[in-house]
Design a protein around this ligand. Structure first.
Ligand code: SAM
Ligand code: SF4
Length: 329
């Protein structure tokens, strides 16, 4: 398993399959005017498979597909199928807004996808329309239900908390875990890309200390639950008698850089070394010049060795070039 300069084991590759999305969450993508990579600049299914084979060859074990919205890729099922059978890869997961899951969930499961995280910011239809824009609560819930029917258990629900928008909805979302085995995870806003979305992320930030206090005031104490893996970015809890889990992902108030085990691959073929920094290393050039698995493995190993640690959000520094819809969280 590759180790970086800070002795972190890096075995988790997050692949952004596209920078496009069918929604426009206010903290992630502007309503209009986003320039997208040309489809010819996006990694193809063969190229993604070659990178995953190389990654598995140097000890990567887990892959997550993200975006933009990964379900917009017409070749998604083939990508999942090919990655899931790469020897050494024992977990293939996906993060999605759920809108297209009703038509895809069963086939994705069959193709070898093991887990899905669905993004949902509120249980109020108007607030979903305002915060996630272009999406409806009904369609996202239908996506979650389709995932459950297809056998994805437990479904993880990701909620980004935005002051003045959905910060009052966290109690209802947490309450879902009483009856359902879902993991509902509250994510702190991060500013990426320097534009309007970054401004919203900075000015509408809500600390998870506040979110947790609000939930406990309404629903009672949250008891800690052991994480399944030391690099799990969520701190997990359970309400008394609940089937599911309430998680807090707190990159701003409680950074978890010390246990980071990730490498990110952008849809235009760059290894992005830290979510909250600009450092990248090109791999698409080598792929298109015919690099073999050994060479690709060497490029990835060098990217791992160059991984920085410690973000600088507290002094207002984050990515300037990439936004969240390029990097996939
Ligand atoms: N479209 C998919 C989705 O929404 O789940 C996958 C890509 S999206 C960029 C991945 C995750 O990033 C989502 O769970 C979303 O909640 C989270 N996210 C997006 N923008 C964010 C921001 N500015 N700060 C924190 N999390 C963010
Ligand atoms: Fe799309 Fe996901 Fe970004 Fe929302 S968070 S705009 S669903 S990529």
């Amino acid at each position: 398993m590759p180790r970086d300069r800070f002795d972190r084991e890096i075995d988790y590759l997050r692949i952004s399959l596209t920078d496009r999305c069918n929604l426009r969450c206010i903290y992630c993508m502007p309503e209009t005017g986003t320039a997208h990579a040309e489809p010819s600049d996006a990694l193809g299914c063969d190229e993604i498979e070659r990178i995953v084979v190389a990654a598995a060859g140097i000890g990567f074990r887990k892959v997550r597909l993200t975006g933009g919205e990964p379900t917009l890729r017409p070749d998604l099922l083939e990508i999942v199928e090919r990655i899931a059978r790469v020897p050494g890869i024992d977990d293939v997961a996906m993060t999605t807004n759920g809108i297209l899951l009703p038509g895809l969930a069963t086939a994705l499961r069959r193709a070898g996808l093991r887990r899905v995280n669905v993004h949902l910011d509120s249980l109020d239809p108007e607030r979903v329309a305002r915060v996630m824009r272009r999406g409806t609560l009904e369609r996202i819930l239908a996506g979650i239900e389709a995932a459950e029917r297809a056998g994805f258990h437990p479904v993880k629900v990701n909620t980004v908390v935005v002051a003045g928008e959905n910060d009052g909805d966290v109690v209802d979302l947490a309450r879902l875990t009483v009856e359902r085995d879902w993991h509902v995870r509250f994510i702190e806003l991060m500013p990426l890309g320097g534009g309007e979305c970054a401004r919203i992320a900075t000015t509408r930030y809500v600390s998870n200390f506040g979110t947790r206090a609000r939930i406990e005031a309404a629903l009672g104490p949250l008891e800690p639950v052991a994480s399944s893996h030391p690099s799990d970015e969520a701190r997990n809890f359970r309400l008394a008698g609940a089937r599911g889990v309430v998680g807090f992902i707190s990159p701003v108030s409680e950074p978890f850089c010390g246990t980071c085990n990730r490498m990110r691959l952008t849809s235009d073929g760059r290894f992005h070394l830290c979510l909250l920094k600009d450092d990248e290393q090109d791999v698409i050039g080598a792929l298109r010049q015919g690099a073999d698995a050994a060479r690709l493995g060497e490029i990835l190993r060098n990217a791992v060795l160059a991984k920085p640690t410690g973000h600088a959000l507290d002094v207002g520094v984050s990515t300037t070039v990439r936004s969240m819809h390029h990097l996939g969280g």
